[in-house]
Ligand binder design. Structure first.
Ligand SMILES: C[S@@+](CC[C@H](N)C(=O)[O-])C[C@H]1O[C@@H](n2cnc3c(N)ncnc32)[C@H](O)[C@@H]1O
Length: 276
């Protein structure tokens, strides 16, 4: 049975479409979004959702804010659980879900990237978070080194913890700070692959990211939001910027990672780049 059908049985007088179709499940916690029309029923919906999934807490997702992408969550049923352990593809991710973001919708992208990384590569994960891309690459492929850079000290603390929990201390070097500055000043010319997993101003980090590639070239994974139907234009904009910075570029692949809003998609562009 679906969550929506379960809720519709006990909550009457509300159009079924207004009720949430599903929740995101992480460890013992369910996360849901609610339409404004049923905001007044949030505690009742929360209590039923708690029963349906047999979880210990239900949080309402209110959005994400700031450079550090902090989630805005409200507990609507159960006990406050902050720290959870999420498992995916044999990897373990510990985080405080009330403070840090972990997007279940990016799950396939995490696996795809780990499958692309070849043996012995040097990878730079510029917006590492708690290790969403770094950990699967380190666990599932065999890189020589992954440099995982994160600006938020809370996320960095979990990044370090997740490196330890997954037993990849020998492969991953966590770095606390602004990736644009760190890559520009200390990591030029060393990488086979650079991951730019962030939306807000990714293009501003493109110059240091390109500079981080080895002289024989390498791959950039550039994430951003693109207008639906405007993906080609968006790709040309990013590749055009790289050409303008003096690189020969070749589009390898692009993908819609997930729908972001009615007008925009989360898109990733994989491209090869080499300094001319
Ligand atoms: C939304 S999370 C994404 C994590 C992961 N890359 C993913 O796509 O799932 C983006 C992370 O980038 C970090 N961040 C933002 N600006 C940064 C910067 N200039 N240098 C390093 N990290 C940064 C934020 O603190 C946040 O943890």
């Amino acid at each position: 049975m679906k969550l929506r059908d379960y809720l519709a049985r006990s909550i009457q007088g509300v159009p079924v479409d207004y009720l949430p179709s599903h929740a995101k499940l992480m460890d013992k916690v369910a996360l849901i979004r609610l339409r404004g029309e049923v905001e007044g029923l949030k505690h009742e919906i929360g209590a039923r959702t708690l029963q349906f999934y047999k979880v210990r807490a239900v949080y309402l997702i209110r959005g994400v804010e700031g450079v550090e992408r902090r989630p805005r969550l409200e507990l609507i049923a159960g006990e406050p659980i902050r720290e959870i352990v999420h498992r995916e593809y044999g990897c373990v991710f510990k985080l405080d879900l009330t403070r840090l973001m972990f997007c279940l919708g990016n799950s396939f992208e995490r696996l795809r990237l780990a499958a692309l990384a070849s043996d012995g590569e040097v990878v730079i994960d510029m917006f590492a978070g708690i290790g969403q891309f770094t950990i699967p690459i380190a666990v599932l492929s065999n890189p020589e080194r992954v440099y995982a850079i994160e600006i938020n000290s809370e996320a960095y603390t979990y990044l370090v913890e997740n490196i330890r929990l997954n037993g990849v201390e020998g492969k991953v070097q966590p770095v606390l700070g602004d990736c644009r500055k760190i890559v520009e000043e200390h990591m030029q010319g060393i990488a086979d692959r650079v991951i730019m997993g962030y939306f807000w101003g990714t293009i501003e980090a493109l110059s240091p990211a390109l500079g981080a590639l080895k002289p024989e070239g390498g791959t950039i994974h550039f994430h951003d939001l693109a207008r639906r139907g405007g993906e080609r234009e968006f790709i040309e904009h990013v590749l055009g910027r790289a050409r303008h910075l003096g690189y020969r570029v070749e589009l390898l692949e692009w993908k819609r990672v997930k729908s972001y809003s009615k007008t925009r998609n989360h898109v990733v562009i994989d491209f090869f780049a080499m300094k001319i």
